[in-house]
Design a protein around this ligand. Structure first.
Ligand code: HEM
Length: 452
């Protein structure tokens, strides 16, 4: 009989044999281990003992009940800090709390209602070019969502004056740097080589150029305060709670950069998978359309009634259950800990395995089946709060989750209202999991306009 207090371990040999697959798509390997050993298992990653868990109770312990003991891992606090600076996503303790309190004010319901007109303006412009693309033929919805979310997140943060070309240049710099960081994480032994061959220098230059775009923009906004309802304006004009002290320009730069990094590709990925799922289920497309029509009639979608789209929101929740953009996150135990008799020694990397818990059959009936109704009515009430965590959980839960949902709902509503659509290739898409869980190829679709 299995001893529940001992976390099953993958042997070093098996881990080594799985390395090529791990480099290609780690989620495939993690799923193999989870199915073989259960929701919580251990393996050795480089020199570190690593615990992976898809058990909602242990997830609650790590992310919420004892979250002080579980800091972001060395990958975040070393590799990411090198390029992104210290900000909300990779700081801890009092510093994190102070930044979190201030930045949270940018994402309140009231604030989001003020940001909606910026997002609608982006949506209108986007729909014009989208329509032209659909008329030309097959459209890769992922490519379209890349454009849409960069502009919505970018302009919600920086304001509508921010130029499209600058946002694109900036996003390209972020993508380049992220690829480089992943290289350093996967091949840490090549670090001296990266340094000697000038790659470190090259990517720091890319970062400096990107930084300069934000610095110039902040300086300009300082000269013309009160120009807009975007998040930058809020950060520049709000003192820290209980003080008259404002965030320095340097810190503003870091936080805005981190928000863009955290909010851009994640939303793109969520929107892409959602369209993929809808296209695979034509009955779902019809139900969403009916709900949107009943809720808004001929009116434009507005913020106050967006929350009434219960079925549509359930489809988004189900898409993010099946394909969570962050398929895993990472933590590191600061001191020895114990959970239900399981020992978690200081220094252990703990991986909250989001994809795993979303597919854990103990908590989800037929986890591979698409069924938005699991989020509705009584079944929705019964979901364990840590069995569905696309936005993480506990005090570090995603600060931008309502904004992300708002923009995906906006683009879904607009496209579902105006088009029927279908996948051009009926084959299942594969999973490409690195930092985010993306489709392993283009998501090609045909769109047929049904109304103007
Ligand atoms: C569908 C889109 C999104 C998904 C799936 C997502 C997912 C997540 C997850 C899983 C975390 C927790 C990370 C951890 O605990 O290690 C997180 C944190 C965070 N997210 Fe999001 N996110 C999305 C959109 C956004 C947007 C639009 C923004 C802002 C513009 C944003 C800003 C942040 C920030 C700043 C944090 C760190 C919070 C902290 O540590 O206090 N995210 N997100």
């Amino acid at each position: 009989m299995k001893n529940k207090n001992i976390i099953p371990k993958i042997s070093v040999v098996e881990t080594l044999l799985d390395t090529p697959e791990m480099l290609k798509s780690p989620v495939v390997v993690f799923e193999k281990y989870r199915k073989k050993l259960g929701p919580t298992f251990r393996f050795r990653f480089g020199i570190r003992d690593t615990i992976v868990t898809a058990d909602p109770e242990l997830l609650k312990h790590v992310l919420k009940d004892n979250n002080d003991n579980y800091h972001k891992s060395h990958i975040q606090t070393e590799r990411f800090v090198e390029f992104q600076g210290v900000g909300l996503t990779n700081s801890h303790g009092d510093y994190w709390l102070r930044q979190r309190k201030l930045l949270s004010m940018g994402f309140t319901r009231g604030r989001l209602a003020e940001i909606l007109p910026i997002q609608l303006e982006v949506l209108h412009d986007f729909l014009k070019t989208f329509d032209q693309a659909t008329e030309k033929g097959i459209v890769d919805i992922h490519e379209q969502m890349v454009k849409f979310t960069l502009l919505t997140v970018g302009k919600s943060l920086f304001g509508k004056q921010m130029k499209e070309e600058e946002l694109e240049k900036f996003a390209a710099a972020i993508a380049d740097i992220q690829r480089y960081i992943v290289k350093k994480v996967v091949q840490p032994y090549l670090m001296p080589w990266f340094y000697l061959t000038g790659q470190d220098k090259k990517y720091h230059k890319v970062r400096e150029e990107g930084d300069q775009i934000i610095i110039d923009y902040i300086e300009e906004r300082r000269k013309k305060p009160g120009e807009g309802s975007d998040i930058l304006e809020l950060i520049l004009s709000t003192p820290f709670k209980g003080t008259n002290e404002f965030m320095s320009d340097e810190k503003v730069k870091v936080e805005i950069l981190q928000l863009l990094v955290a909010g851009n590709e994640t939303s793109t990925t969520a929107a892409t998978w959602t369209f993929y799922i809808i296209a695979k289920h034509p009955e779902c497309l019809q139900t969403i359309r009916q709900e949107i029509e009943e809720t808004f009639g001929e009116e434009e979608v507005n913020y106050s009634r967006l929350h009434s789209l219960k079925y549509t929101i359930a489809v988004l929740d189900e898409a993010m259950r099946m394909y969570p953009p962050f398929w895993m996150i990472d933590r590191e135990a600061q001191v020895d800990d114990e959970f239900n008799g399981m020992k978690i020694p200081k220094g252990t990397t703990v991986i909250p395995y989001i994809y795993g818990v979303h597919h854990n059959a103990e908590y989800w009936k037929d986890p591979e089946k698409f069924d938005p109704f699991r989020f509705l009515g009584e079944s929705g009430d019964k979901i364990h709060p840590f069995a569905h965590i696309p936005f993480g959980g506990g005090p570090r839960v995603c600060i931008g989750q309502n904004m992300a949902k708002m923009q995906v709902l906006l683009v879904m509503s607009a496209i579902v209202r105006a088009y029927d659509f279908e996948l051009t290739d009926k084959k299942e898409l594969g999973l490409h999991a690195m930092m985010l869980l993306k489709p392993d190829g283009p998501v090609n679709m045909k769109f047929h306009r049904i109304r103007n």
